[in-house]
Design a protein. Structure first.
Length: 351
């Protein structure tokens, strides 16, 4: 693999302007997460402190070995079953990075999309990919590995796929109208990428929703009462229904023939909806900003919020671990569902 290679350690540092492989011994810079100062649990409240994994958890993945990875506003953290290790990712100017997306490939390598490049961890080294390796931008928002083993990166300047040692552009039309309601906006941003059971890739881009089938990219229109909906994320359930969380019209289900607004049908006052996840029991989990997380069992929606231990007001991610447990990450840290309510998982657990 090309890029900047950094030795596995408890603290990952990037040399300023480094273009050759740089290795840092773990014994020289080792740092357990427990040694870090407490993070703010709310970015808008100075007094709000806590022994959290991070003040904001953006993404959660449990790899095939069982290690948990947390992408946060404060860098990258990994729990190996014994201890929580913090990787203080920094750019060439020494600024700390945000880890936004994590995926694992067939070889067990973990890929981390950050605000300054894409990192690949092979169990010993981190390799950093940047614009020097073909990416259109170092600002990476999404990453996925498809069933053929191809690594995809969604950046501020479009989608890219790894071919050999470098990334090549995968053209997606840019947005032609600015959305002033978004805190971050760019005509070419690819916010997320999803592969369905048939091996088709879905791109949730600023310019719309796209489906890549058999080498052909096509724009897909998701409708709510005949009006096109802006899609945030896509999930295909075991019944091969496709679910779309949207920016302003709630949760929409497509049964291969018709679109149904599931949240409106259930009488829920949900417009902006976020992350989606189907658990092994077939339940659909949905994050709703400033409301909480809903579980849909095929018949009814159940809300989990602060009254159920889920203190975060904004869930950035929902994931299922290898044991079938549901995790949520967002503002105020990470939370795990215990079957009836959510438990805040801090640096001290409970794991």
């Amino acid at each position: 693999m090309s890029g900047v290679v950094v030795a596995f350690s408890c603290l990952l540092l990037l040399c300023q302007g480094a273009s050759a492989a740089t290795k840092i011994a773990a014994r020289d810079v080792g740092r357990q997460a427990s040694s870090l100062p407490e993070f703010k649990t709310d970015p808008h409240v100075v007094e709000s402190q806590g022994n959290q994994i991070s003040g904001v958890v953006r993404t959660i993945l449990q790899d095939r070995k069982g290690d948990f990875w947390f992408g946060t506003h404060n860098g990258l953290q990994r729990y190996d079953g014994t201890s929580l290790v913090h990787y203080d990712l920094r750019d060439e100017l020494g600024k700390g990075l945000t880890a936004r997306a994590i995926a694992e490939d067939g070889a067990g390598h973990v890929w981390i999309g950050t605000s300054s490049g894409l990192f690949a961890y092979d169990g010993e080294f981190f390799t950093r990919y940047t614009v020097k390796d073909g990416l259109g931008s170092d600002d990476v928002w999404s990453v996925t590995v498809d069933s053929s083993g191809t690594v995809w990166a969604g950046t501020f300047e479009g989608a890219f796929r790894l071919a050999g040692d470098t990334f090549t552009a995968f053209p997606i039309p840019p947005a032609t109208k600015r959305d002033d309601n978004k805190g971050v906006w760019g005509p070419n941003v690819v916010w997320s990428m999803t592969e369905d059971r048939a091996g088709n890739l879905w791109f949730e881009a600023e310019s719309g929703l796209y489906k890549y089938v058999g080498g052909v990219l096509s724009r897909e229109t998701v409708e709510d009462q005949g009006i096109e909906a802006s899609v945030n994320s896509v999930c295909e359930d075991k019944s091969v229904h496709t679910w779309f969380s949207t920016h302003s019209t709630g949760l929409i289900r497509f049964n291969r023939e018709t679109f149904t607004n599931a949240t409106r049908q259930a009488g829920l006052n949900c417009t902006r909806t976020g992350p989606l996840c189907e658990d092994r029991a077939g339940n659909i989990w949905l994050g709703v900003p400033n409301v909480g997380v809903y579980r849909f069992d095929g018949t009814s929606f159940t809300l989990f919020d602060a009254n159920d231990g889920l203190a975060t007001s904004f869930a950035f991610c929902i994931a299922e671990d290898n044991a079938g447990r549901i995790w949520c990450g967002g503002q105020k840290g990470a939370y795990r569902f215990d079957g009836t309510s959510f438990v805040n998982v801090t640096r001290d657990g409970p794991w």
